[in-house]
Design a protein around this ligand. Sequence first.
Ligand code: LUZ
Ligand code: MOS
Length: 768
Amino acid sequence: MHNLDAAGHVRGESQYLDDIPVQRGTLHAAVYGSPLAHGVLQGLHLERARRAPGVVRILTAADIPGENQIGGIVPDEPLLAEGHVHFQGQPVALVLAETEPQARAAVKLIEADISPLPIITDPRVAAAQGELIVPPRTFRLGDPATAWAECAHIIEGTAENGGQEHLYIETQGAYAYPTDGGGVRVHSSTQGPTAVQRHTARVLGTGMHKVEVDVVRLGGGFGGKEDQATTWGALAALGAYVLRKPVKLVLPRHDDLRMTGKRHPYTSDFKLGLSADLKLLAYEVTFYQNAGAAADLSPAVLERTLFHACNTYFIPNVRATAYSCRTNLPPNTAFRGFGGPQGMFVIESAIAKAAEQLGVPAYDIQRRNLLQDGQVFPYGQRVQDCNATQSWQTAAEKFQLEQWQAEVDRFNQTHYTRKRGLAVMPICFGISFTKTAMNQARALVHIYTDGTVGVSTGAVEMGQGVNTKMVQVAARTLGISPGRVRLETTNTTRVANTSPSAASATADLNGKAVEMACQALRARLMRHAADELKLQYEGLEIRDEQVLDAGRPADTDWEKLVSSAYWKRVSLTENAHYATPDLWFDQTQEKGNPFAYHVYGTAVVQATVDTVRGTYDLDAVRLVHDFGQSFTPGIDRGQIEGGLVQGLGWMTMEELIYNQEGRLLSNALSTYKVPDLYSVPAVLDVEFLETPGHPNAILRAKAVGEPPLMYGLGAYFAIRNAVRAFRPEARPAFSAPITPEKVLLNLHGPLPTTQPVTSAGSAAVPAS
Ligand code: LUZ
Ligand code: MOS
């Protein structure tokens, strides 16, 4: 089955927020953001902006009828700044005008009196000053303190990664209008309709029942709209509520880049102990997360870093500590992988450093320490149905790893201006929201009297193909053609209290609810058929829209059956609730069973470095991935390709640069480089691992959204290996992204004697 959206996208017919017809009288909004990253807000000069052409009203914190608070996990984030500003671009005032250009022009006439306060951009500085978002957390297994004595080798070091801009093609935005009875309807480009609803109600000082949020689809989310769509939804709703007029707020790209949070930069210290035969015996790691100016989702991201601190390796003695550090940057947020990639980059760096000190290939260490059934993760969950070794061996055989490495070595012996590097990147990713309560979903299914079907869920279509999956689940379960099924918009009045579409779990959670609703409807229809046709219920089934009795066609089909059920007053609507079984987590012990299952896979990455210029090509990525029993292989392969390339970009070229004043310098696509078609490896080979899938996965097709991003880490290590093939004494810092500038300096620059501990995990440059 093709992706339902494919034709509409290609023809430009698919509806996004900006395609919703604009009602007469709609006002257009633009946001005035703080010009300084930290200070006391003494006063606002709005007079000139108020007199500007087309301006109808300017709203500030004082106009908020309810609570000026949108913090999801910690209540530390005002919708509009009040008293203090904490990051550059923090929303301070909302201009409402007759046209969008008028609103944006008026914003430029606003000035603020701000007495500056000291600005922190570096998470280690924040931690040293006690600026923590939440208390630190530590995951423990065994006892590293005593294990060091048994280690033949102990490797210590530092690793850091930069942030990452989501760069969804559709920027943040919302369109809100007043509804009958004093409510408001918000069309929002959000992954979390309920989050927008909840915070809008809070800001307006009304009940959630008066706020309806509707989502057709997003032009990309990647985590950037899991929590941070709320600001723009609530601002548009505030305007609509106060003025009783429709209000549209769509961020221009430049505002979106500078005002919204991104993937968290981290800087981390590691200590890894190995036995003489390269078994990992002990690991201590401390993560400093650059959270930005408010909590947002940072505590949850931090937690997932700890969950994935050992990637796909068993280490019997672990102590992993994580600090969420408050800085004066825009609050960083969810981004595909959600802290997992940051944790995995550190253990892979530690292994790479161990390999180079011991003079062995990193893959010798990786291979000897893969997880196996019966072992235990540091967070207490038992390793079950583990495909780590299977995926590694399949990759090693299919891609002839040893010969491949030998070819790379031969190439390097005979070439000087180009050098090659190879890296293996195995992954393990836990599927479920780490907050157990969020692992629930509902579906509402209507069968209409003509036999067509409408399905509503809490899933948000953001290009990942979840609507196509939901249609497949409904059609398969009911035994009818997918052409009869329509996926409705995601709407809080049809499906309430939803979790955001996130954590790779959306198809599983919502799909299970759809499956349950459709199973109930099918059973009800089969009972009705049994009554009508005087047949045994047990022998009845429906396949390809034909009712079968003990495998032979009975005297009714889908359409006739539905119609007759209606006339006999049988309910044709079902609402189902799904909650993932057997999940729990005890935060006082940091132990539990947080994940429904894990996804495994192994990628091999080859890079070629131009040793004169420092530029490089990613020649090939060949990977074996555990899809379980995929029922949408085209969509799932697309998720692998997209996630991988997003990971490659983060590791190699996407470099967020804030200056010491907390101003984003890489604030446009001329200064922030993202992968394009030419960055995609010439060879991109995706092999489906033969596995039975998992019963907690929808139709045994395992979650596929986030895991592939982490294959991209392999690019960092492949490039690093190529640099060292040219200059064996080079010790490139474990500092991602490994841009061509860094490669060039490592090829020809001075050799650092010790690895420098630098700042924010995003390159810091002096204020200009
Ligand atoms: N969001 C969240 C997520 O709230 N909890 C999670 O565990 C998660 N994981 C991945 C992406 N988003
Ligand atoms: Mo996401 S990082 O699953 O919104």
